[in-house]
Design a protein around this ligand. Structure first.
Ligand SMILES: Nc1ncnc2c1ncn2[C@@H]1O[C@H](COP(=O)(O)OP(=O)(O)OP(=O)(O)O)[C@@H](O)[C@H]1O
Ligand SMILES: [Mg+2]
Length: 597
């Protein structure tokens, strides 16, 4: 990933975020000004002390001056502390707003977006990129302006004290400028590299840990470790380059600072002897010269923070500007009252342009009826399923619910009426209760329990020592595949949907669980429109209509009996499955395979 060229307007938009925390920003600036004033005051006090009480030998005056100096230094330290607190706080607040907005936007994105962007990269956006922007506020924006102002002020003061000495300090500036430019350039390049490597490594690691089971199953841990090493090694090299830049830059600036002070003393000392300059003025000059190098050093560093933040900002806003793939039409209707008739009118769909997955699929399921989809793997069954609740939008034709295009409904209210049980069930880390009601407080405990019983998961409830409050792990590691399916069914049932879309898990489960899953599906189907991708004979047989999909097209349609009679693809699939079931324990209610005419 290359550092994108700064898009105009990114910074302006960032200022809008900062604007939300105007009060804090104003406070940072005020404290910063106080710090500056106190810092510049100290050298002046030193001059007054040296040229006043020290020269005249006035002990009382010396003590008084020392007292004032101590107070100024103490106040300066206090102000610095306050400044750090306020600026970091400002950064955090701005970061918080950004994080919320990016996350909310990611939530609205259509699934097609996630097909194209690895999760790890997106996580990096919400974490590292936001951190870079926070950093800008905590150390950058205000400081860059402050440093510039301080430089000008000190330079003016130096010139005012003694023009010749000021020129002496300026003599090292060209070298310093050259070093700074080289450093800033290299740092910018290397930081962009670090960011890119961090995102790549995060994305890779996320996938590797997610796919650990498979890796282990095939004994590929060694290769994964090697690939991981390659990633982190690239990251290390990138980091080391930035560290090298710093290791080169700071000592060089220190050295130049020492040279400048040496020159000042060299030029200044003779001037004291011939009376052109006071001791105090030389001391003040040396102290101010020291102060002069500080903003220079900060500036190059803050400038980097600034550049990094610009890159991060661009990327954050790029994510936020990616249009929602499932846009909400203005005046979208609530789907609350839909009865559940589902119609596909010549639906065409492609995940990737030019690679059609559905090529004109039509069907009509009256409310309360069941449609079964069967077909070989990759036929497009799951794709049909994901179009009903508008996970994706069609590329041609229409999907209708109750005779109205799904795009006319408010997607959220549509999804509340259309429950989807996917092929692979995702469980969140959390209790069984929350996994069923998904943190919706409107669903009472009793209803969750009733739903679990209704889908025949009472065995599961009894098995778990803490029942509903049992903690499940992220990937459902402590539940069997069948049990996970039942939890997903309960999840669908508690929302009392009008339409149930069910992508049956292909993996086989034991006969008893299979039986329970079948019973559960029957309960779920009761009184609602059901579209089911069926792998099980009994589910298919119960359907009012069966669609046989192949390569994105409807090859055959009809009832179980009529399709068997037709002797086509359905019959072949059916016989294959029936043959596979022989020898295994067939579900008791399955009955014999009906004779074919
Ligand atoms: N997110 C995706 N991005 C790109 N292509 C996809 C995506 N999901 C599925 N496909 C492709 O779409 C086609 C249909 O896939 P689909 O998942 O609908 O098949 P299916 O009938 O459900 O298969 P199975 O029985 O194995 O579940 C396949 O060729 C698949 O490679
Ligand atoms: Mg599928």
């Amino acid at each position: 990933m290359s550092a994108a060229a700064p898009r105009t307007g990114s910074l302006r938009r960032l200022l809008v975020y900062a604007g939300r925390h105007r009060g804090l920003l104003a406070r940072s600036v005020a404290v910063l000004l106080a710090v500056g004033a106190l810092e510049l005051l100290a050298p002046d006090l030193v001059r007054r002390t040296l040229d006043g009480p020290v020269r005249t030998g006035d002990v009382a005056g010396l003590l008084a001056h020392a007292g004032v100096l101590a107070v100024v230094i103490a106040l300066g330290a206090l102000a610095r502390g306050l400044q750090q607190y306020v600026t970091v706080k400002t950064g955090q607040r701005v970061g918080l707003s950004l994080r919320q907005d990016v996350f909310a936007h990611l939530q609205r994105m259509g699934l097609a977006f996630y097909d194209r962007h690895p999760v790890g990269t997106l996580v990096t956006r919400v974490t590292s990129d936001v951190e870079a922007v926070e950093e800008l506020f905590s150390s950058g924006v205000a400081s860059v302006f402050y440093d510039l102002m301080k430089l000008a002020l000190i330079l003016g003061w130096l010139a005012w004290i003694d023009g010749l000495l000021a020129l002496t300090v300026l003599a090292v500036l060209p070298v310093l400028l050259l070093v700074t430019v080289v450093f800033t350039r290299r740092s910018r390049r290397d930081f962009a590299l670090v960011r890119a490597e961090v995102a790549a490594t995060n994305a890779w690691t996320q996938e590797a840990i997610g796919g650990l089971r498979v890796t282990r199953l095939f004994g590929r841990e060694g290769d994964a470790r090697a690939a991981y090493l390659a990633h982190v090694d690239r990251l290390r090299v990138a980091h080391e380059r930035t560290v090298f830049n710093f290791a080169f830059f700071f000592p060089t600036v220190d050295f130049l600072q020492a040279v400048a002070i040496g020159l000042v003393v060299l030029v200044g000392a003779p001037r004291i002897l011939d009376g052109g300059l006071s001791y105090g003025a030389l001391a003040q000059f040396v102290l101010l010269t020291n102060l002069f190098f500080e903003p220079l050093r900060d500036l190059s560093q803050n400038f980097n923070a600034f550049l990094q933040a610009v890159v991060s900002c661009d990327r954050l806003f790029a994510v936020m500007d990616t249009p929602e793939q499932v846009p909400v039409r203005p005046g979208a209707l609530p789907a609350d009252g839909v009865a559940g008739r589902v119609t596909f009118e010549d639906v065409r769909f492609a995940y990737v342009e030019g690679e059609p997955v559905l090529r004109g699929v039509s069907f009509d399921v009256p409310a309360g009826r069941t449609l079964a989809l069967v077909g070989p793997t990759g036929a497009g069954k799951s794709s049909v399923v994901s179009l009903v609740s508008r996970f994706y939008d069609v590329t041609g034709g229409r999907v209708l619910v109750d005779g109205r295009d799904v795009r006319d409904y408010d997607p959220q209210s549509l999804r509340a009426r259309v429950a989807v049980v996917l092929q692979d069930v995702f469980l969140f880390a959390g209790s069984l209760l929350e996994n069923v009601r998904l943190h919706d407080p409107r669903v009472p405990r009793e209803r969750v329990e009733a739903a679990l019983r209704a889908v025949r998961a009472d065995g599961l409830l009894a098995r778990l020592p803490r029942g509903l409050d049992e903690e499940l792990s992220e990937r459902g590691g402590n539940l069997s595949l069948g049990e996970r399916q039942l939890v997903a069914f309960a999840r669908a049932l508690v929302t009392e949907p009008a339409v149930l879309v069910l992508d049956e898990a292909t993996a086989s489960v034991d006969t008893e669980t299979e039986q329970r899953v079948q019973d559960a599906i029957r309960t779920l189907r009761h009184g609602r429109t059901t579209i089911v991708v069926a792998h099980r004979l009994s589910t298919v047989r119960d359907a009012d209509e069966i669609l046989v999909l192949q390569r994105g097209e409807v090859r055959e349609r009809g009832t179980h009996a009529s399709l068997l009679a037709a002797g086509g693809l359905y019959r072949r699939l059916y016989e294959l499955q029936a043959r596979a079931a022989v020898g295994e324990d067939t579900a008791p209610d399955e009955g014999p395979v009906p004779p074919t005419p």
